[in-house]
Design a protein around this ligand. Sequence first.
Ligand code: ATP
Ligand code: MG
Length: 646
Amino acid sequence: MSQEKITAASLPPAKSGYAPADYDADYHRSIDEPQAFWAEQAGRLDWIKAPTRISDVSWDKDDMHIKWYEDGVLNACYNCVDRHLATRGDETAIIFEGDDPSVSEHITYNQLHGHVSRFANTLKARNVKKGDRVIIYMPMIPQAAYAMLACARIGAVHSVVFGGFSPEALASRIIDCGATALITADEGLRGGKKVPLKKNVDAALAKKGVDLRTVLVWRHTGIDIELEGSRDHILNDVLMDVHPDCPPEPMNAEDPLFILYTSGSTGKPKGVLHTTGGYMVYASLTHEKVFDYQPGEVFWCTADVGWITGHSYIVYGPLANGATTLMFEGVPTYPDAGRCWEVVDKHNVSIFYTAPTAIRALMREGDEWVTKHDRSSLRLLGTVGEPINPEAWMWYYNVVGDARCAVVDTWWQTETGGILITALPGVTDLKPGSATKPFFGIKPALVDNEGNFIEGAADGNLVLTGSWPGQMRTVYGDHDRFVETYFSTYPGLYFTGDGARRDEDGYYWITGRVDDVLNISGHRMGTAEIESALVAHKAVAEAAVVGYPHDIKGQGIYAYVILKHGKKESEDLVKELVAQVREEIGAIAKPDHIHITPGLPKTRSGKIMRRILRKIAENDYGALGDTSTLADPGIVDTLIENRKNR
Ligand code: ATP
Ligand code: MG
């Protein structure tokens, strides 16, 4: 496999002046003296009552508790808004870039304070109280962030549901978290298309068992919508009826901040609960250190606020740090595949953070879309969400970053609240495809299937051996599932569900989901490596590999491949692809089947759902499992049709 290395010394140093020796010192201190380290980090926030108890954690099945800063009192919204007013009230908090390239807006911290306070008082006026759950089902517009911060301000627990989800998916989340209020918009806009948000809400509310006291609708596109008596209100209007000032509610550090459902790549989404103090410390610290954020810079994370990446690195992390965060309503390919770089130039973006699925999609469109834009403001690139193929990494580094910006590949989960394994700019030598090293306070380890620790360079199941402040506290309403999912496979350890390889330099390479691990004639293999070998072929844009029952080998390798634009399927090409894998990895990894396809089943957050591909490879179309988070259910039928004809 590719073992190129891009040394930190060959790239510009961190703006913060942070150097490799600082990482070593801080990392060791964070591990050796965690109480002192995390006590110090609490000082990043403004507390109403500073915490004296730092952590109290047990991952013992019978005595499960996870508490950080438990006697501290603070307000998350105050930390993201009010505390910046004296020093940077007139600086931009949020840059809004609309779906329509002619629409953009700067919102200062002072303005943010005004908006959030009115949103908060509007919720209060509708009797939303501390601890109540509020669903936010919004487009990627600043009002989504106002709604989140307003909930935090009054102590309500928000649960953001991605605006692309169907009425069914929305209804199940309303029920699961027992929400009493919902904030939405009349319509969303994505890639020039309208998303009927209010209509979807109505359809969700028509379902059995779904009941809400209050629906607040932001008038965004201005279309006519139906309003239901005392339940529905136009937010733009009722905001004007409330007092512009709303004192932030004092919250205990362990009071819930939000519930967020996982992507559903491996099964039914889990309602992950995060609390206030630990989450905020961790989001703020990781945002500053991983992205080397400097005051005044524009930070753009392209995620939707419906995902944890949007929570931690569009809203809470950047705003806690007084940063300028960019919110983009649209999609990277509208009006054309150069949109991201047009936006980078327009708003002088320094730091750009996106997902492999977007990088691969843009790579497929060709370099010209990138190179015709200037991009000289960029100095750091980030990726998250899936293993990134070295080929895509190199494209991101060379074409987007002109070989002068570090790429931080950040591994983490909805459950972890913030980034756990990542390179640090100016510090870490980069290896394309590796998430590299643990962040401060993070203790990853590899175990075999029996739970024995594996040392040195090896492959194994990725676990964490100790807590960190951003760790989730429970699965909302199902604490047993929390214990079962994360702490029962390897008692006393947090099981991530991911497999990883650690190389001789101690770098971690995420090899894919453990559920997806292949066992070929007794050899265990992750999906990522084989996929990367396929993507390294010039005709291939994207690949997904799964195992299927094989008489001789136990499991055979079934590879789904998407070709680049203009490339055609042929017998020769299939032979070349097989040869490519044999050459890069070895005969053992040679695919038994190559299935060329126009698309892959992905979650709404852009991750490949291999569990569905496995069923199709096995010719088992009956029980595809939970498909509620699929982005395009149509692709499943296409795949099944093609599979039957093979
Ligand atoms: P579900 O838990 O419902 O199956 P999900 O795991 O896709 O869904 P998320 O929390 O959005 O939900 O995704 C976390 C997962 O994404 C990680 O466990 C890992 O498999 C993958 N991932 C995230 N970042 C990276 C990365 N940088 N490299 C490799 N994999 C990553
Ligand atoms: Mg997961």
